[in-house]
Write a protein that binds this ligand. Sequence first.
Ligand SMILES: *Cc1c(COP(=O)(O)O)cnc(C)c1O
Length: 220
Amino acid sequence: MFIAEEIHRITQALPAGVRLVAVSKYHPADAIREAHAAGQRLFGESHAQELQRKTQELADLNVEWHFIGHLQTNKVKYIAPYVHLIHSMDSPRLLAEINKQALKAGRVIPCLLQLHVAQEETKFGFTPDEARAFLDSGEWQQFEGVSIAGIMAMATNTDDVHRIREDFHRARLFAEELRRNYIPTATELSMGMSGDWHIAIDEGSTLIRIGTQIFGERQY
Ligand SMILES: *Cc1c(COP(=O)(O)O)cnc(C)c1O
């Protein structure tokens, strides 16, 4: 019941143009079934092999699988045949590998460029300057197996709502720059988690990624 209720509560609060990715990492397949029965279709996972296993266990469901965590290049092959959107494209090398595996699978895989805006050393992603250098290089334009569909960002892990808003705001400004200067069709802005999704929506998010609020504390 809890899962269905939370999904309804969240989706009813979403403005037009914002979609919910239910983050099911570390939760069993049954929890995903419950969410699916409540109408949820977009699910986010952050480990390639866990995702691989769940797609097999849940092959009977129509689900859009999103990959949201740091993706090692040697794991891309596990998810390339079916992944709907990779939110966490965090290096040129990873994009090249996604392109390679996508071509092998006969697909074009949409990716979001992960932008590092948090005031923390440990997070993955391009700084705005690194992202500009990468985009200016034009290297990505020769990749026919990938499309850059927008930006993903995480705010600083803090209770300071001003800090969080500032981080999201910088991500939004960069997303606008991306569209204006490089890729007009890159309209997705993936930001907002259980603790900060209201702020993310204020700042222009189009995809919120919520785990704990829907599924509770992560298991196994
Ligand atoms: C785990 C995770 C989430 C979900 O976080 P919650 O706080 O549980 O909602 C969102 N985005 C990414 C990238 C994650 O790894």
